[in-house]
Design a protein. Structure first.
Ligand code: 5RP
Length: 224
């Protein structure tokens, strides 16, 4: 996967550092922790690495993207794959959160492993700065939809039929080509004026879709 924007271009950085320090406080020796992706998770991982070093404790991480795997290697944090271990807890950021605690995630294109971690963890924390709260889900962000490259046109049509106002193909920043995810798939961005409770399931039923960035009805604690 290509480099995300978030290493160099972090919005609301002070809030994200504060949230990172909060999450680092929860880390205990021996914990197996799911690591999210994106700039908030990045700041949190730096704080966790600092604590590990200062207190000489050991943890294992289950990263949600290749870039976070590489970051763990750089910071000398041992990693495991989803399914190899049982997660004690998982933390991640989000792109949007509404009053029902429904989320849009995955603008960093890591939604597939993010959802696996969230589903398999005993306890989840979602770290959101104030810019993430919305009155209506989909107000500021599209729903990311990861799909087979050869099914892009069919998936686009199905998303429009479901009610999407527009659907864009995520482009690579490095080349003028489509962005390829860690799973070798394409990423579509579907803009909706209204998101219904069953859309997460309905989108995943479209032929060729791996998963989508709606997290509806998941169990997590919000840190703000
Ligand atoms: C990545 C994600 C991120 O959690 C989400 O995009 C929020 O990013 P940031 O912390 O940079 O605001 O879902 O796939």
């Amino acid at each position: 996967m290509e480099e995300f924007d978030w290493k160099n271009n972090i919005t609301n950085k002070e809030e994200k550092i504060r949230l990172g320090k909060e999450i680092a406080k929860k880390v205990k020796d021996g914990d197996i922790i799911g690591f999210g992706s994106g700039s908030t998770s990045y700041m949190a991982i730096l704080e966790i690495a600092k604590k590990i070093k200062e207190q000489n404790i050991k943890i294992k991480a289950v990263p949600t993207s290749k870039i976070i795997e590489d970051l763990c290697e750089e910071l000398k944090i041992e990693t495991c794959k989803i399914g190899e271990v049982e997660l004690d807890w998982y933390f991640d950021g989000a792109d949007e959160i509404d009053k029902n605690k429904w989320l849009i995630k995955g603008m960093g294109a890591a939604l597939y492993r993010e959802k696996l971690n969230m589903k398999s963890s005993n306890k989840n924390y979602i770290l959101v700065d104030n810019s993430k709260f919305v009155e209506r889900l989909g107000k500021n962000h599209p729903v990311p939809v990861e799909c087979d490259i050869d099914k892009i046109e069919n998936v686009k049509e199905a998303l429009i039929n479901l009610g999407a106002r527009s659907v864009e193909i995520k482009k690579s920043k490095l080349k003028d080509d489509i962005f390829i995810t860690d799973n070798g798939k394409a990423m579509l961005h579907a803009w909706f004026d209204k998101i219904e409770e069953d859309y997460e399931k309905k989108i995943n039923e479209i032929d060729g879709v791996l998963d989508n960035g709606l997290f509806i009805g998941y169990d997590f604690e919000v840190l703000n």
